[in-house]
Design a protein. Structure first.
Length: 67
């Protein structure tokens, strides 16, 4: 992978990690304020989608080595 592409992928991963942390903080705040369970569930689903994207990007960065 060329250096620029590698840097772009790492930047995208960093953004997703930040977004994941933001969702985590928002979910915790919603739980503390006794928000609707349905809203919390939707936020958790969005957070999970972000986690899946992070995993896909990490798989691109880290080569799969078969021992």
């Amino acid at each position: 992978m060329p250096d620029q592409d590698h840097a772009d992928v790492r930047l995208a991963l960093a953004r997703l990690r930040q977004e994941h942390e933001d969702y985590d903080a928002a979910i915790n705040a919603m739980i503390q304020t006794n928000c609707e369970a349905l809203r919390i569930q939707r936020m958790k689903k969005k957070k999970l989608v972000i986690k899946d994207k992070m995993t896909q990007i990490e798989d691109q960065i880290i080569p799969d080595i078969i021992a």
